[in-house]
Every structure is written in C-alpha cells, then in structure tokens.
Design a binder for this molecule. Structure first.
Ligand SMILES: CC(C)(COP(=O)(O)OP(=O)(O)OC[C@H]1O[C@@H](n2cnc3c(N)ncnc32)[C@H](O)[C@@H]1OP(=O)(O)O)[C@@H](O)C(=O)NCCC(=O)NCCS
Length: 161
C-alpha cells in the first residue's frame, strides 16, 4: 500500500506529520488518542468502557505520526465488498483543528476509491458533522427515535473537493 507524502505542517509549528498505514505497535498510542478525544465529548458517558482494540478488530487503520510526538491521530475502517465504513477518525485533542483529520481522511478516501464511504456519528457532534460535510459527505439517514440520536453520512467516489 502506498504511503502518502508527508504533510508538511512546519508552518504551524507542528513539525512534520506523516500519514501511513497503522502497524501493530501503534495500538497503544491509538488507544491514548481515542480515550483522550472521547473524554472531550460532553454527550459521552464518562464511565463508558473505551476499548479501541475490541471495537476495531479486523479493521484497516491509518495513523498520523508526528516526528516528535509519535501517533497523534488515526482512522479505522471496516472494509466491505461494496462500501468502506469509517468506524473511527480521531485526532488528539491538542492537535485538532490543524488539518490532521483532513489529511488522514484523504488517505482513506484515496484507498477507498471507487467505493463509497459511510459513517455514523452522534447528532451532538456538530463539529465533526461540519468537518465531514466539508469533505463531501452528505447526511443519508437520521432515525427519528434513535437513543442516543445519530446520523449516517455518505461520500460517493468522484466527489470533487
Ligand atoms: C473530527 C476530527 C477527526 C477532525 O480532525 P481535525 O484534525 O480536528 O480536523 P481539521 O483540522 O482537518 O478540520 C477542522 C474541522 O474539524 C472539526 N473539529 C475541530 N475540532 C473538533 C472537535 N473537537 N470535535 C469535532 N470536530 C472538530 C470542525 O468542523 C473543524 O472545522 P471548523 O474550523 O469549521 O470548526 C477531530 O476534530 C476529532 O478527533 N474530534 C473528536 C473525535 C470525533 O468527533 N471524531 C469523529 C466522529 S467518530
């Protein structure tokens, strides 16, 4: 699998961030990102069990690796024959809002082509919904009585940024 070019983010003082397929030894660092980012969700039960390894078993993963800080973000995707389901996309809280999530998502989009990508997220996660819509996703499902409420988004291949 090709490794994407390093994302030069030096202008923002981030150092150089590389987007690459995850390796087995990245699991602990991804778990740290996952737990830290979920703790910022005001709608997420504080006592919930956050077990990324169990939740992402069998999924294809990418990480964002900072030369100094190590893994600062990741994506985890369930690959089906006709569809890629983006199960997780997380960036460490201190590093959010600087283009890292967009770079990881781009790596997933490039590999998924020509298949569409779908995901589900909480309706409370308005920042993420805005992020996905800006990257070509559209809301395809909004169950009226889901508890907790969630929406499904879909990005068809061929969408032009
Ligand atoms: C959503 C997320 C992956 C985007 O990655 P990122 O590196 O922050 O995104 P970028 O810098 O490429 O783009 C910034 C956009 O992300 C969104 N965003 C930024 N911080 C966010 C946060 N804490 N939570 C949710 N979305 C956020 C916003 O839409 C922002 O756009 P804005 O400037 O219009 O507010 C990242 O913010 C994150 O890990 N959030 C927490 C986990 C999450 O909600 N994941 C998605 C659902 S599983």
């Amino acid at each position: 699998m090709p490794i994407s070019d390093p994302l030069a983010a030096a202008a923002e003082g981030l150092g150089t961030v590389l987007i690459r397929p995850a390796r087995a030894e990245d699991a602990a660092a991804c778990e740290v990102v996952f737990v830290a980012a979920r703790r910022t969700w005001h709608w997420h039960p504080p006592d919930s069990a956050d077990d990324l390894a169990a939740e992402s078993k069998g999924e294809r993963q990418w990480v964002a690796e900072d030369r100094q800080a190590g893994v600062i973000g990741f994506a985890s995707v369930w690959v089906e024959l006709d569809l890629w389901f983006l199960h997780h996309l997380f960036v460490y809280p201190d590093r959010q809002g600087r283009g890292i999530g967009a770079a990881i998502l781009q790596a997933v989009v490039d590999c998924a082509r020509p298949l569409p990508i779908e995901l589900k997220t909480s309706t409370e996660n308005t920042g993420a919904v805005r992020f996905y819509q800006r990257h070509g996703f559209v809301i395809t499902e909004r169950p009226a009585h889901a508890s907790p409420p969630w929406i499904r988004l879909r990005r068809v291949s061929g969408y032009d940024e």
